[in-house]
Ligand binder design. Structure first.
Ligand code: GDP
Ligand code: ZN
Length: 294
């Protein structure tokens, strides 16, 4: 039987199959190869007891991808949730998070929740800011249950990491998504003791239909990309083409003359906020580099 590891704790792996969750130990040949099962791994299990729902993980199916932060396998995409208001969206934090996901090559969808509170023109402004970068931007209201179908559609059949600052309505959205499966989630909670552990582990939540989401802890405003500062602009997808017009190779798109990126900011192809956040992250990266070599 095959399933997906949704949680690993104290040497046990909790494997979701259509009918429920099996508590498993690792027993496969993969252990000789020093491969550790990860949350998100698709695995083959041998059932020990159908009644107690226990088994052994005997094989890890080939990984499509492996995220470092958080450590999870086979993530297909990231859903970033911010609020239109209350809390006011921090676009600097959003852009940092986009960089982090870009660095890991994850497709990204941006969701602004609390659309019921949005100012006139906010939707268009955010579309103009983020669609040039190739991101899909959606608007939801958990309060008015609006836009939820779009989220369901985006998540369907995939494994998604869901991230965002606190207070934006993540739990409200997840609660709506898990509605109608109350029994199933209740059963999962009982089996894996959700809520009983004080430490946060990576954990996938099964929404049925091969659809998994992961609540991503550690949403830090201190995140600075690991790439070389001259390559930072590559994490801003809409900067890449304009950068081909820069006069200098290694252009930082800052004070250099004849800079294609700056020209694109002036013509409005690149949003001012994106460029400002780029500059801020860039200067932090340079500063960090200087500190290292001092
Ligand atoms: P989380 O910290 O991201 O999980 O956010 P919560 O789901 O706990 O929501 C934070 C607060 O925002 C709660 O008081 C919710 O009732 C409220 N909230 C969530 N979604 C919406 C929404 O779409 N519109 C409005 N007006 N309030 C919302
Ligand atoms: Zn440039």
């Amino acid at each position: 039987m095959t399933g997906k590891i949704i949680k690993g704790i104290a040497g046990f792996y909790y494997v979701q199959v259509e009918s429920g969750v099996y508590e498993c130990k690792a027993k496969g040949a993969f252990r000789k190869e020093k491969i550790k099962p990860l949350v998100g791994d698709d695995v083959e299990i041998d059932v020990i007891s159908e009644e107690e729902m226990t088994g052994n993980v005997i094989n890890i199916l080939p990984r499509k991808s492996e995220l470092i932060r958080p450590a999870v396998a086979n993530v297909d995409q990231a859903l970033l949730i911010f609020a239109t208001k209350s809390p006011e969206p921090n676009l600097n934090l959003l852009d940092r998070f986009l960089c982090m996901m870009e660095e890991q090559d994850l497709p990204i969808i941006i969701c602004f929740n609390k659309d019921d509170l949005a100012d006139e023109g906010f939707q268009q402004q955010m579309r103009d800011t983020y669609e040039p970068a190739g991101y899909r931007v959606i608007f939801t209201s958990a309060k008015e249950q609006a836009g939820i179908d779009a989220i369901k559609d985006i998540l369907k059949g995939k494994t998604s990491t869901v991230a965002g600052p606190s207070g934006v309505g993540k739990s409200s959205i997840v609660n709506i998504l898990t509605e109608g499966q109350v029994m199933e989630t209740g059963e999962v909670s009982e089996k894996i003791g959700r809520g009983k552990h004080t430490t946060r582990h990576s954990e996938l939540l099964y929404l049925g239909d091969d659809t998994y989401i992961m609540d991503t802890p550690g949403f830090s405003s201190l995140f600075v990309p690991k790439v070389d500062p001259v390559d930072l602009y590559r994490l801003f997808p809409e900067f890449i083409e304009p950068a081909e017009n820069c006069r200098f190779t290694g252009c930082a798109h800052h004070k250099e003359p004849d800079c294609g990126v700056k020209a694109a900011v002036e013509s409005g192809e690149i949003a001012a906020s994106r460029y400002e956040n780029y500059l801020q992250i860039y200067s932090e990266m340079v500063e960090q580099q200087n500190n290292k070599y001092r």
